[in-house]
Design a protein around this ligand. Structure first.
Ligand code: DPM
Length: 363
């Protein structure tokens, strides 16, 4: 089957699973049964595909599922796997071989530096970046504050456990593995956990919003870099595809995520978390690092303002090529993230992070 120059393929991934979408020229008939290994990955792919179809009605899409090395390590917490590229390598290989043209990811699962030859061509409008509490049905009506002493909360995120331990010292935190469906089942079918913590965005996309009993604001738990935003990866030299993708960019989300990813890249950290707001051309970034026991922490806030200088250049910021967003604003956002990380490092973040790293390796 010939592929039109302007046609492309999307791959979608969320932590464990990846789905490809292949758009073909108008008039080409496709018979393909999409396999959805992981429901959330498929939903995210469909949403990006839907937007592309609206913008480019002549493009036909095909969805293919693919699993990766990371996919097969189900018995390990993400924090222990450490290497985010385990979830992206096979997909990038497929991109490189021109078998596919686009990959849809949860931005927070993408490393802050991509391998040469790849770029994030679009960052879509962020859903809520906050974490959410899902209670065991028997605990209905309670909150993290009112759950009894010693209640067990399930999370494999060091970031969540470190912050929540500090904020709610009467609770215990235990690992919980598997994809979101498995975790909900583990919560509901047994009495091991009183509640679990998951990203509100993932729950919303899956249509499980009704299970959210509490949204954690940054005072309780700051979120992960890029949480809630979808990113589309492509070949860095693929002009046609990058042009197609650029219209999907959401300016606010791009600027916030550039600052967040610059912060993480400079910190190269474990439980780094943050909150970020963009108001009237002012970008505010609060970043923090926590020790795993939740006892030690450092938190700082910085802000920057954007000039309105009308300059859009081809430049990559922390792996993102956002052609529709002012370069000067992206430069300022990247500098804000780097400066905030440098400030935390100057104040002693390194010590907290190296202890956190050792403790995590020993777990
Ligand atoms: C990353 C973390 C987790 C995911 C670590 C963190 C949670 C790991 C776990 C980097 N990726 O947040 O501190 O609980 O074992 C992931 C989810 C989503 C994307 C699920 C979730 C959906 C939300 C989104 C896993 N990746 O965080 O509950 O698209 O941002």
């Amino acid at each position: 089957m010939n592929k039109c120059e302007k046609c492309c393929i999307l791959i979608c991934s969320v932590s464990n699973t990846f789905v490809f979408i292949r758009p073909f020229c108008m008039g080409m008939v496709l018979v393909y049964s999409p396999i959805s290994v992981f429901q959330l990955a498929r939903i995210q792919t469909d949403s990006v595909a839907g937007k592309l179809k609206e913008l480019y009605p002549d493009v036909h899409l095909e969805i293919v599922a693919m699993s990766t090395v990371g996919d097969k390590i189900l018995d390990k917490a993400l924090s222990k796997i450490g290497e985010k590229s385990l979830f992206t390598k096979e997909l990038e290989n497929a991109l490189e071989r021109n078998e596919v043209d686009l990959v849809v990811h949860s931005l927070k699962d993408l490393p802050t530096s991509l391998p040469p030859g790849f770029t994030i061509g679009a960052v879509l409008k962020r859903e809520t970046p906050y974490d959410a509490v899902i209670l065991h049905p028997k605990k209905a009506g309670l909150t993290l504050d009112t759950l009894p002493e010693g209640s067990v909360i399930g999370t494999s995120s060091l970031r969540r456990a470190a912050q929540l331990k500090r904020r709610f010292p009467h609770l215990e935190f235990k690992d919980i593995r598997g994809n979101l469906n498995t975790r909900l089942k583990k919560l509901d079918d047994h009495d091991d956990y009183s509640a679990i913590i998951l990203a509100a965005a993932g729950l919303r996309r899956l249509g499980w919003e009704s299970r959210i009993s509490q949204i954690l604001t940054p005072d309780d738990c700051m979120y992960a870099v890029g949480q809630g935003a979808l990113a589309v990866e492509a070949r860095a030299g693929d002009e046609d595809i990058l042009k197609m993708l650029s219209v999907l960019n959401d300016t606010d989300t791009v600027l916030r995520c550039v600052a967040e990813r610059a912060f993480l890249r400079h910190l190269a950290s474990l439980p780094a978390s943050l909150s970020c707001a963009l108001l009237f051309s002012q970008l505010y970034l609060t970043g923090a690092v926590y020790s795993l026991d939740g006892l030690d922490s450092l938190k700082e806030t910085m802000q920057t303002s954007f000039t309105t200088e009308n300059q859009v250049e081809e430049r990559v910021h922390v792996g993102i090529t956002a052609r529709t967003v002012l370069t000067s604003a992206q430069d300022a956002a990247e500098k804000l993230g780097t400066d905030l990380a440098a400030l935390l490092l100057h104040k002693g973040a390194k010590k907290i992070l190296s202890v956190a790293r050792q403790l995590n390796n020993a777990r």
